[in-house]
Design a protein around this ligand. Structure first.
Ligand code: URA
Length: 216
């Protein structure tokens, strides 16, 4: 895993498999079905690192041959929250890894000046003390990520319980996010070069929502 001296909470998961799959996703000729499948697989690989510190408890289990100690994930069920709509492509991968997690949804669209406008917040009722994984493939301006975290903080979630997961990030967005929420850990597959004048990530992969859902 790589870090960047400018962004102390940023973890860049740069495993060769991650780089290979992400490069395939970037190619404009990659069709939606492959794009979706690769996003899911990349989410497994990033999710593996995000969940590395989950606490375990030991229970005695019966194998077909004998009793032994088995380690199981301890504590309250996690909460996975995609930012709609592109985040859905990542939440499915996270749910494959943690099938008993709860799922919330935060819907934001880009309003004037790329400011996020909230149109849906549907969250599990008891969030306190649960680890929350927020996901959105593109951390571009960082405004949606900041707004989604604000929404959770207003509902009593503690910053230490939140992790933000993206696929591709821009330095501008990471900076905005870390200024607003300096305690929150960020996991990405890539820190790209910059934003273009329309706040798309360069080189990026285009509009993640359109590519996941085959819309345009
Ligand atoms: N959202 C996207 O889908 N792509 C970008 O490059 C930026 C924001």
């Amino acid at each position: 895993m790589k870090t960047d001296p400018r962004f102390p909470k940023l973890h860049i998961v740069d495993h060769p498999l991650v780089q290979h799959k992400l490069s395939t996703m970037r190619e404009k000729k990659t069709p939606s079905n492959s794009f979706r499948q690769l996003l899911r697989e990349l989410t497994y690989l990033i999710g593996y690192e995000v969940t590395r510190d989950l606490p375990l408890e030991t229970r005695t289990i019966d194998t077909p041959l004998c009793k032994c100690k088995g380690n199981f994930i301890k504590g309250k069920k996690l909460v996975i929250i995609p930012i709609l709509r592109a985040g859905l492509g990542m939440s499915e991968g996270l749910l494959d890894l943690m099938p008993s997690a709860r799922v919330g949804h935060i819907g934001l669209y880009r309003g004037p000046d790329h400011k996020p406008v909230e149109y849906l917040v549907k969250l599990p009722s008891k969030l306190e003390g649960r680890r929350v994984i927020l996901c959105d493939p593109m951390l571009a301006t960082g405004n949606s990520a900041v707004a989604a975290v604000d929404t959770l903080l207003k509902r009593g979630v503690k910053p230490k319980d939140i992790t933000f997961v993206a696929l591709v990030s821009a330095p501008e967005g990471v900076e905005t996010f870390q200024k607003a929420h300096p305690e929150i850990e960020l996991y990405v597959a890539s820190l790209d070069e910059k934003l273009d004048k329309n706040a798309y990530i360069l080189p990026g992969l285009g509009d993640a929502g359109d590519r996941v859902f085959g819309t345009k």
